[in-house]
Each structure stands twice: as structure tokens, then as C-alpha cells.
Design a protein around this ligand. Structure first.
Ligand SMILES: NC(=O)c1ccc[n+]([C@@H]2O[C@H](COP(=O)([O-])OP(=O)(O)OC[C@H]3O[C@@H](n4cnc5c(N)ncnc54)[C@H](O)[C@@H]3O)[C@@H](O)[C@H]2O)c1
Length: 296
């Protein structure tokens, strides 16, 4: 496959905006799409702030920063993604919503385009089944925040071709990432292990074993994790964590993946984590004992 020139990113939230930034900084033309125009405004602002931070730290030249912003275009019109060599989906972690999008993307994307999903847990094979090009559908799972984290987990669906795999791997490596490859089973490698730990941290809080601060401090200092599991859950988004637990539970069929009732209750209450100002911790008021999130 020829070198990719244009990337489409669908969903301009935490992950989509970071993926768009990465692609623009690495010289690709980027179309960033969201159904919510306000999300695109927020994304452009956060990408610009993040790029400026890279420039001020001397990690990116000012010229490259300006160049990257010029490579970035935002849209609410799916048709604009027709020119993309690869379209990376980063919308809500709900299978039906993603499938509906893949059906539409299959119709508007050029024949050679790869359709990738940044899903944390949903079956790539099932997303691919919504399209007429299952050999060109793949999982490209970036970690949060994409401009900083070094890993991309690549997931091959049942029919993903070698050509699609190697082109996607080459793109991740062009972004400076290390690639690991997972079979297409719920949660893949990272979230199967990580979310089970986060869910257990919720059970530890729910059953009164310890306070949230002691759970996080215990795991930070006791196991050398940079963030405690509850802080990390707030950073990821409790809604995202709950969706992933539901996918693990349904896909792997073991009660050990059943979401903790406390996680469910927080999501029902709109306590979705840092992005909503409150999750396990309250970010709206007094100084927190938790560490600040990684700066982009
Ligand atoms: N948050 C994380 O730490 C993390 C890490 C790795 C992967 N992921 C995965 O990335 C994806 C996105 O997660 P996020 O945290 O960025 O979510 P988010 O809620 O921050 O952003 C989702 C964006 O998608 C948009 N959207 C929803 N439906 C859409 C549609 N049909 N078409 C276009 N745009 C649509 C929303 O308006 C929103 O701006 C999920 O699949 C999630 O599992 C998340």
C-alpha cells in the first residue's frame, strides 16, 4: 500500500482530538469529524494548546506546530472523509452506534481506504461485518492521551488482511509508537487486564475495605503505578470504564467481569470523571490529593 497522506478521525473527544493531533504533527492531512460542532471547537482549542505546550517544552519546532495546525480541518459532514486513506473511529463505546457509523463510512470511503476503530473492547470482527470490506477493517487502539502514550494495540478481526495490518502498523510506527498485536477477544490485552483491576478497586471502595485515597496511594506506592486505579478511572471516564466492563462481561461470560454497582451508580449520577468535573473525586472544589493528569 502507498504511504498514507490523509487521515479521517471520527469523534473529536479526548481520544479523537489526540489522534488527530498526532497525525497532523506527523505531516498527514487530517479531517476531524464530530456530529457536535461544539466538540470540534473544544478539540481545536485543546489541540492548539497541546501543540503550544510541546513547542514551549522544545519537543516540537514552532514551524512544525504551525504546519500541524494548517494540516487540520474540522467538519460535521461525513462526505469530506472520502479523500482519507484511513479513517480512525473514536466515538462512543457502544456497539450499535459504532456499527451504524461503519455502515456509513463504508459507503463514503474510497475503495482502498482502511476503516480503523479505536474501540477499547468491542469486537472488530462484528464492526467489520457492518461493512462490505471486512479485510480492510482493523482495531487501532491508542492509549490516553494519544500524543504522549507510547503504545498502540492493533487488533486483527477474523478477516483483516495482512496488507491492512502492515499498513496500520506502519502508520502507528510513523507516529513513534510501539505496537502490540492482540487477537479479537473482548477487551483485547490492555483493557481485559486494566479494567478488571479498576473494577476491583471499585469493589474495594464499595465494600468499605479502604478509602479512595488509600486505595490509590496503596496502588501507586505499593505497585509503582503512576496513578491509582480510581484516579485513572476518573481520567479515562467512568462511562467508558462501565461500557468496557459490560463488553467484557457479555463477551467473556464470566461473573468476575460484572461491573461494580458503585461504578454503575456513579455513571447514573453523571459522575463521569474529570471530563464532567466529578467522578470518584471532585475536581470542582478543594485541592485534590490525586496527582494532576498527564499534560499533553
Ligand atoms: N477515554 C480513554 O481513556 C480511552 C482510551 C482508549 C480508547 N478509548 C476509546 O475511544 C473512543 C472514544 O472515547 P473518548 O474517551 O474519546 O470519548 P469522548 O466521550 O471524549 O468523545 C466521543 C466523541 O464522539 C462524538 N460522537 C458520538 N457519536 C458520534 C457519531 N455517530 N459520529 C461522530 N461523532 C460522534 C461525541 O460528540 C464526542 O465528541 C471509545 O471507543 C473509547 O472506548 C478511550
Amino acid at each position: 500500500m502507498a504511504e498514507m497522506k490523509t487521515v479521517g478521525v471520527v469523534g473529536s473527544g479526548q481520544m479523537g482530538s489526540g489522534i488527530a493531533q498526532l497525525a497532523a504533527v506527523h505531516g498527514l492531512d487530517v479531517w476531524l469529524l464530530d456530529t457536535d460542532p461544539d466538540a470540534l471547537i473544544r478539540a481545536t482549542k485543546s489541540i492548539s494548546t497541546s501543540i503550544n505546550r510541546f513547542v514551549s517544552k522544545g519537543l516540537l519546532s514552532q514551524a512544525m506546530g504551525i504546519h500541524a495546525m494548517k494540516h487540520l480541518r474540522c467538519t460535521t459532514n461525513l462526505e469530506e472523509l472520502h479523500s482519507a486513506d484511513i479513517i480512525i473511529e473514536a466515538i462512543v463505546e457502544t456497539e450499535d452506534v459504532k456499527k451504524t457509523l461503519f455502515l456509513k463510512l463504508d459507503k463514503i470511503a474510497k475503495d482502498s481506504a482502511i476503516l480503523a476503530s479505536n474501540t477499547s473492547s468491542i469486537s472488530i470482527t462484528r464492526l467489520a461485518s457492518a461493512t462490505s470490506r471486512p479485510s480492510q477493517v482493523i482495531g487501532m487502539h491508542f492509549m490516553n492521551p494519544p500524543p504522549i502514550m507510547k503504545l498502540v494495540e492493533i487488533i486483527r478481526g477474523a478477516d483483516t488482511s495482512d496488507e491492512t495490518f502492515y499498513a496500520t502498523k506502519a502508520l502507528a510506527e510513523r507516529f513513534g509508537k510501539t505496537v502490540v498485536c492482540s487477537q479479537d477477544y473482548s477487551g483485547f490485552i490492555i483493557n481485559r487486564i486494566l479494567m478488571t483491576m479498576i473494577n476491583e478497586a471499585f469493589f474495594t471502595l464499595y465494600t468499605g475495605v479502604a478509602t479512595k485515597e488509600d486505595i490509590d496511594t496503596g496502588m501507586r506506592l505499593g505497585t509503582n503505578h503512576p496513578m491509582g486505579p480510581l484516579e485513572l478511572a476518573d481520567f479515562i471516564g467512568l462511562d467508558v470504564c462501565l461500557s468496557i466492563m459490560r463488553v467484557l462481561h457479555a463477551g467473556l461470560g464470566d461473573s468476575k467481569y460484572s461491573p461494580c454497582p458503585l461504578l454503575l451508580q456513579y455513571v447514573d449520577a453523571g459522575r463521569l470523571g474529570r471530563k464532567h468535573g466529578i467522578g470518584v473525586y471532585d475536581y470542582r472544589t478543594a485541592p485534590q490529593t490525586v496527582k494532576p493528569s498527564p499534560k499533553l
